[in-house]
Design a protein around this ligand. Structure first.
Ligand SMILES: NC(=O)c1ccc[n+]([C@@H]2O[C@H](COP(=O)([O-])OP(=O)(O)OC[C@H]3O[C@@H](n4cnc5c(N)ncnc54)[C@H](OP(=O)(O)O)[C@@H]3O)[C@@H](O)[C@H]2O)c1
Length: 314
């Protein structure tokens, strides 16, 4: 009996064990099917839309940075930093108008943009000419119906010790780097105020806050554009216009060729900059898109530096 009792228990135990094993296997199969269907769903989502990652959260954040159907004017936008900013805005979906003074050079750049599949057009005018600047803005609005983004990027430098600086060189730098931003800001704002939306990005500089010998005119202009940015934000924010500044550190462009060709300056800069290198124009792309897009709708009157950490350390 004890034995049969044991056998009975054993039999019951075996049955229980078999039942338990079957349940475990069933649960394993259900989990396996769930995992596979999840993987399959994600694979389908990824193949439909490469921006969808994991459970598809990227599609919620990406539209915040989209510039689809936006129209942008970038002064000095056919080369240097302006061209890379224009490229970024166009890659985010904007129609971009590239400005410069030589129609031949601007057209060449427009062609290169189009060859990359970007929607680019030329806007040839001198930014220091108020009439020509206002006419260019009006022509864009007439042809597109709106203007959404202005990047005041055109700039020049004329170096000289302050004591020897010609008034003409002082005025030329102020006119191009500061007064033009006032002229174009006013021209686009008259449309943006009616539209009740707009983004203005003013290209500032380390010289918006710091000075260096031989560029007093440039520092005065870049300090001024910082305050102009704040004034634009203060006066136009109620019309849903955001005006912000980008402050590049030292970047590889034609403007800095003289400095890059100087081994002493080159090694000073690399030692002084925590990132240990010159900025590349494409380093500006992310911030430019952010400041031009709905992602920055509550950012106003700010100057953001992109300088490899240079202004963060002594
Ligand atoms: N590179 C840097 O390290 C650095 C650092 C801080 C700030 N920034 C600022 O970034 C901006 C772009 O500099 P960048 O280095 O790209 O200079 P860049 O290569 O010399 O380009 C300057 C651009 O401005 C245009 N421009 C100048 N005067 C103009 C005028 N009167 N009307 C229309 N366009 C005019 C030029 O076109 P044209 O060929 O027609 O003259 C050119 O497209 C400037 O505001 C500069 O001050 C540069």
């Amino acid at each position: 009996m004890e034995l049969s009792g044991d056998c009975e228990d054993l039999r019951k135990g075996n049955k229980g064990f078999i039942l338990h094993t079957q349940r475990v296997r069933l649960a394993e199969s259900v989990i396996w099917i769930l995992i596979n269907s999840l993987l399959l769903t994600n694979f389908c989502l990824l193949s439909e839309n490469p921006t969808r990652i994991g459970l598809g959260v990227m599609d919620k954040i990406i539209p915040l940075f989209s510039l689809n159907e936006k129209v942008a004017l970038i002064t000095g936008g056919y080369r240097g930093l302006g061209a890379e900013i224009a490229r970024a805005l166009a890659e985010a979906g904007a129609v971009v108008y590239l400005n410069g003074r030589s129609s031949e050079r601007v057209e060449e750049s427009v062609k290169a943009f189009r060859a990359e599949g970007l929607d680019a057009h030329s806007a040839v005018f001198d930014v220091t000419d108020e009439e020509a600047s206002a006419a260019a803005v009006d022509a864009i609005v007439e042809s597109r119906g709106h203007i959404d983004i202005l990047v005041n990027n055109a700039g020049i430098q004329r170096r000289s010790p302050l004591v020897d600086m010609a008034l003409e060189d002082f005025k030329a730098v102020i006119d191009t780097n500061l007064t033009a931003a006032f002229i174009l800001g006013k021209a686009v704002a008259s449309h943006m105020i009616k539209q009740e939306s707009g983004k203005i990005i003013n290209i500032c500089s380390l010289m918006s806050d710091l000075a260096r010998p031989t560029i007093a005119n440039y520092a005065a202009a870049k300090g001024g554009i910082r305050m102009l940015t704040r004034s634009m934000a203060g006066e136009w924010a109620s019309h849903n216009i955001q005006a912000n500044g980008i402050g590049p550190g030292y970047f590889e462009t034609e403007m800095t060729q003289v400095l890059r060709d100087n081994p002493e300056f080159d090694s000073w800069l690399k030692g002084r900059t925590p990132s240990g290198r010159w900025g590349k124009p494409e380093d500006l792309k992310g911030l430019a898109v952010f400041l031009a897009s709905p992602a920055s709708n509550y950012v106003n009157g700010q100057l953001i530096y992109i300088d490899g950490g240079l202004t963060a350390v002594v």
